[in-house]
Structure formats: structure tokens, C-alpha cells
Design a binder for this molecule. Structure first.
Ligand code: LCS
Length: 394
């Protein structure tokens, strides 16, 4: 086992995986099994009661999934991790564990469309209230904390407008009011941002994105204090059942080995594209945390290691022209999701954020002319060549 003092990059490759327990297998083996045989009826009883540790049934625990959970906990600097079959399974298991009917959640404006959909459903069906606010100052947060508020939930950077939320400020508010702070760290991965080190209580991911990194798995991960993770494991995971399959855990373990070098390349390519986009006359309102004139550039430098692989921009023109641009692309793929090797482009107003009412969308800056690019790992000249020729056709 690696010492914790090793760097993040090294722990992504070696980390907590104990080869001596798996015949020295270099890569973690895949335990593709739904259940585990007991040596005796008594042993089965002892495992169910909790008098003996060991596996029972893969919804309750699986060695490959365990290996991943330990690894992500180590990389995020938390006590314990837990894996889910999707990012949304992770978001819903966390929120349902934190609240009950009559409670309230304070949420940063602009969270992912399905997280918004979940909040709306929880309000309509289970009487869990929420406020979506621009968490720009302590006053803004304070003015919306109610006696029944049970959690502060943030995404940073915010999808797709790239606005940041100051994690330290939200953590201070959380501590003052005894509220857990949940950070969706999907856009950064543990390589670019470490919310727990800043004082957040729970960090979660759509591991579908940078952690997987190859566009071949849907998964979610959560890290936090053991007590909270155990509660989730025994309630909103066990009884709702959004567990990760062993093969998907194995793919994520493989993806994690290259996370650092992939993130470096995503970030470098995005910086290069930013420079090119800035010079194009048909492009306006580029939103990118690495833009020195971006209003939160200093905050980005404070809480992120680098500026990430996403960039959004508006084109001069209409929704139809934005769609034409997408249709003219030859290499860049028109697809939602992000963090893959392939550069992906999507139109948030009609895709990821279509469920958000138009009025809310406009307030958030998600206009019909806005496009979001997830910059891939290709040669940056090739990405720009494709994008430029498509922009020139509108
Ligand atoms: N959190 C964030 C910040 C996300 O961007 C997404 C998905 C999720 C949670 C949900 O994760 P999933 O269940 O899909 O693994 N974001 C998407 C996006 O921007 N395009 O397609 C999906």
C-alpha cells in the first residue's frame, strides 16, 4: 500500500489498492459476481448480524467496487467513499439522506438540469423546499437560510456558465449555521479542486465525466465522513439500490490512473482554444475561468489547480445559427456529457438545461446563442480548425 504522503498523481496510479490480497495482480481484478457463498449457515448469520466482516451480496458491497471507493476517498482526502450507478444516483442518495419532509435545501443557481429536476420533484412529491440562489456573498446566503434549512449544495464551476462559487465562503456559512456543505466536483475532478481540504463535508461526482474519462461508463461517487457514508450505504443506497456494477468500477479504476495527465492536456487545450476564440469576430461572451478578465479569475486561481476543460461562448446570431454551427462540424462531436477524449459540443438551452424554465435559464445566462464545448485530448490545432470552419459558415 502507498503511504498517504505520496503525491496525488502517484496515488491515482497506486493508491490504496493492496495487491498482496489479490495474488499480486497488477490491476485490480474484477469480481463480476452478484452474490458470495458462505462457508456455513452460521457464517451467513454472522455476516448479516455484522459479527463478521465479509461480502454478502453485491448490492451491499463488492471487492472491485470497494477498491474504487477506497481510492476515491483517498484522492479526495476524505474518510470514506461510496460508488453509484450514475451521478444522479449519487446526488439523489446524498440529498435524500440529508433531508426529510418539511426541510429546505439552499442550492447554488445553475446546477445541472437533472439536479434541478430532482429538487423540483422532491418539492412537489415530498414537501422538501429549496431555493436556488447566486451564492455571491455571505449576505446572499444568509438572507436565504431558514430555520428548516438542512444543507448547502453547490456546484463549482457552474454548468454551463462557468461561474464559480467560493467554496471557502460557503464552508464558513455552513460552519456558522451548522449546515453540511455538499460540493459537486464533477467539472474539476479531485486533480483540479479539493473541496474537503477547504472544509466541505461531502463531495460528489458524476464519474461519467473526467474520472471515467473515456465516454464508456455512467457512474457516480461520493466522499465524506464515515458516519455519513455509512448512513447512505445502509439507507438511500441499499434500499433504493443505485449501486455501481463491478465492470463499471473497474473502468473507473483504469480511468483514474491517467486522470492527472488527461486533466493537464484538457486544461492546456482549452487555454489554447480560448485564445483562438477570443480573436474570432463572430464569437462573443466567452466564459472561461482562465480568462484573466473573467470576474472570478482570482477565485479560480485560489480554489482550482488549473482552469478546467470546459469553455462556453455565444455566437453572433440566432438559435438556428448556433445549431447550424454544430451541424457544420466534422470532427467535434455534437453530444452532451463532458470530460471525454473526444471534443464535444452541446447547446445547453435545448439539451442539458432544456428542463429549466426559460425565465430561469435567461437569468442564469443560458441564452439560445450559448454553446458549451468540452475540450478533448486531440491536437488543439485540429480542434480549432474544425471549430473555425464551422463558425465561418454561419
Ligand atoms: N453533476 C453534474 C455537474 C453533471 O454535469 C452531471 C451530468 C451530473 C451531476 C449527473 O451525472 P450522471 O448521472 O449523468 O452521471 N452532466 C451532464 C452534462 O453536462 N451533459 O450530459 C450529462
Amino acid at each position: 500500500m502507498e503511504r498517504k504522503s505520496k503525491s496525488l498523481e502517484t496515488r491515482m496510479i497506486h493508491g490504496t489498492y493492496d495487491r498482496s490480497r489479490h495474488y499480486g495482480s497488477l490491476t485490480p481484478p474484477m469480481y463480476q459476481t452478484s452474490t458470495f457463498s458462505f462457508e456455513s449457515a452460521e457464517q451467513g448469520e454472522a455476516r448479516f448480524v455484522g459479527n463478521e466482516s465479509g461480502y454478502i451480496y453485491s448490492r451491499l458491497g463488492n471487492p472491485t467496487v470497494d477498491t474504487l471507493e477506497k481510492k476515491i476517498a483517498d484522492l479526495e482526502g476524505g474518510e470514506e467513499g461510496i460508488a453509484f450507478s450514475s451521478g444522479m444516483a449519487a446526488v439523489s442518495a446524498v440529498l435524500l439522506a440529508l433531508v426529510k419532509s418539511g426541510d429546505h435545501i439552499l442550492v447554488s443557481e445553475g446546477v445541472y438540469g437533472c439536479t434541478f429536476g430532482l429538487l423540483k420533484m422532491m418539492k412537489e412529491k415530498f414537501n422538501v423546499d429549496y431555493d436556488l440562489i447566486r451564492m455571491e456573498s455571505e449576505e446572499a446566503i444568509l438572507s436565504k437560510i431558514k430555520p428548516n434549512t438542512k444543507a448547502l449544495y453547490i456546484e463549482t464551476p457552474i454548468n454551463p456558465t462557468m461561474k464559480l462559487v467560493d467554496i471557502e465562503m460557503v464552508v464558513n456559512m455552513g460552519k456558522q449555521h451548522n449546515l453540511p456543505v455538499v460540493v459537486d466536483n464533477t467539472f474539476c475532478s479531485p486533480y483540479l479542486q479539493q473541496p474537503l481540504a477547504i472544509g466541505a463535508d461531502i463531495v460528489l461526482h458524476s464519474a461519467t465525466k473526467y474520472i471515467g474519462g473515456h465516454g464508456d461508463v455512467i457512474a457516480g461517487l461520493v466522499v465524506g465522513k464515515s458516519e455519513f457514508i455509512q448512513e447512505v450505504r445502509m439507507t438511500t443506497q441499499k434500499d433504493i439500490g443505485g449501486v455501481l456494477a463491478p465492470f463499471d468500477a473497474w473502468l473507473l479504476l483504469r480511468g483514474l490512473k491517467t486522470l492527472a495527465i488527461r486533466m493537464d492536456r484538457h486544461c492546456e487545450n482549452t487555454e489554447k482554444l480560448f485564445e483562438k476564440l477570443q480573436e474570432h469576430p463572430k464569437v462573443k461572451n466567452i466564459v472561461y475561468p482562465g480568462d484573466p478578465s473573467f470576474h472570478q479569475y482570482d477565485l479560480a486561481k485560489k480554489q482550482m489547480k488549473h482552469f478546467g476543460g470546459l469553455i462556453s461562448f455565444e455566437i453572433e446570431g440566432t438559435k438556428e445559427m448556433a445549431q447550424k454551427l454544430m451541424n457544420e462540424l466534422t470532427m467535434i462531436q455534437v453530444a452532451v456529457s463532458l470530460g471525454d477524449a473526444e471534443t464535444l459540443i452541446q447547446h445547453p438551452a435545448t439539451m442539458t438545461h432544456a428542463v429549466v424554465p426559460e425565465e430561469e435559464r435567461e437569468k442564469m445566462g443560458i441564452t439560445d446563442q450559448l454553446l458549451r464545448l468540452s475540450v478533448g485530448l486531440e491536437c488543439p490545432d485540429d480542434i480549432w480548425e474544425d471549430l473555425e470552419q464551422a463558425i465561418n459558415k454561419i
